[in-house]
Design a protein around this ligand. Sequence first.
Ligand code: GAR
Length: 202
Amino acid sequence: MSEIKPKIAVLVSGSGSNLQTIINNIENGNLNCEISYVIADRFCYALERAEKHKIKSVLLDRKIYGDKLSDKINEILEKNNEKTSYIILAGYLSILSEEFIEKWEKKIINIHPSLLPKYGGKGMYGMKVHEAVIKNKEKESGCTIHYVDSGIDTGEPIMSIKVRVSEDDTPESLQKKVLEKEHILLTEGIKKLLENEKNERV
Ligand code: GAR
């Protein structure tokens, strides 16, 4: 009998390199889980990545669903009828509703491209984070994964990795360095969460 693996849903808005890392690590056996759904809030390259790997994907255009977007995501996860262990925000840029966050407490994980609590909050995402870090002449930056609470980037941190910022770094070069670490962090973070969940079951 084949083993029933924990299911994760991955929410995306962009290129999906973090999604690709999860896919690669599932395919090479490093992560013992399955992606039940890739859900995007806009048309993005991440959807193509899901399709290439035959993963169920759904586009819920935030412009169409507006403040009903979280309800719709919840509906899809419920319809799936299988327990969703974690919802991974991998470059997902819409704000989830309080109701959704409450329902999935400690199950929603976000990856952010800075050492939180620095450079988090409203308007701090993607390249904007790296621009601010360079502008402030920081000596280090990095990435953080954290549980999602009702604030923006304020939930309890799980793990982070530091990156040294060199004097000749640009926002683009820093983004590249941080993204490489994000891929390691996200894999290690998901692995740790799945192991904890497994230990809780036995
Ligand atoms: C990543 O750098 C991720 O940390 C960031 O968006 C990028 C998505 O890249 N997320 C945020 O800024 C959320 N506040 P990807 O689409 O290649 O995974």
